[in-house]
Design a protein. Structure first.
Length: 78
């Protein structure tokens, strides 16, 4: 498994806006560069992109939860 980490602390989101589909669901194919989450820092939204390709396994952090810099928020199957 490969983990994806947040580069900054803030509030983590699994979808681009309320009511919209998740960025990724378990089983989805992920290409390097795909957006897999958002972190909000002081009203600024930072897209978090996968650095490697794989199959999306799961989010490790709930939507709307606080996240720290360097904290894993998702896993990919290699």
């Amino acid at each position: 498994m490969t983990q994806i980490f947040s580069p900054v602390p803030g509030t983590f989101y699994t979808q681009p806006a309320p009511g919209e589909p998740l960025f990724k669901k378990p089983g989805d194919i992920v290409a390097a560069g795909d957006v897999v989450g958002l972190v909000e820092v002081m009203k600024t939204f930072i897209e978090i992109k996968a650095e490697t390709a794989g199959t999306f396994a799961a989010y490790l952090v709930e939507d709307g939860a606080a996240i720290g810099a360097g904290e894993a928020f998702a896993e990919l199957k290699d």
